[in-house]
Structure formats: C-alpha cells, structure tokens
Design a protein around this ligand. Structure first.
Ligand SMILES: [Zn+2]
Length: 77
C-alpha cells in the first residue's frame, strides 16, 4: 500500500507489516505493538461471538420449523 520507489524498497532489511495498522515491524513479530494485538484479539472475539450467534439462530430456526411442522395439533388448539 505504501508508495515507496522500488530502488529504496530493496534497501530496506527484511520486514513485514502489521496486519492491523500496516506499519512496518520485525519479521518475527505478529503485531507492531500491544494496542494492535488487542485490536486483533477483540476482532477475533467478535468474529467468534458472531459465529456462535448465527449457529444459535440456525438451531432456533430449525427448532421452530420442527415445532410448526410436526406439532400442529398443539398449535391449533
Ligand atoms: Zn499495528
């Protein structure tokens, strides 16, 4: 994403960019700093929660379908 000239880029020692903010950082690091690590963990947690929620919704819908399809006499009374 950076617009560095190619000649300059080749002189930069091996490095990679922080997946959160895009800043250059050490190759063996996962994030540039503690705040980005927290941001990443928060993102992961939110994703996991969203997945759990959609799974729950799926189960709830299946249960509702089951009730409406197989227990109609109870509902009609
Ligand atoms: Zn960062």
């Amino acid at each position: 994403m950076s617009v560095r000239p190619a000649a300059k880029r080749s002189r930069i020692p091996e490095h990679k960019h922080c997946p959160i903010c895009g800043l250059p950082m050490a190759v063996d690091a996962d994030f540039c700093g503690e705040s980005c690590r927290k941001t990443h963990e928060e993102r992961l947690r939110r994703e996991r929660r969203a997945r759990n929620f959609s799974l729950l919704m799926y189960i709830a819908i299946m249960l509702m379908l089951f009730l409406f399809l197989f227990v109609p006499p109870l509902l009609q009374r």
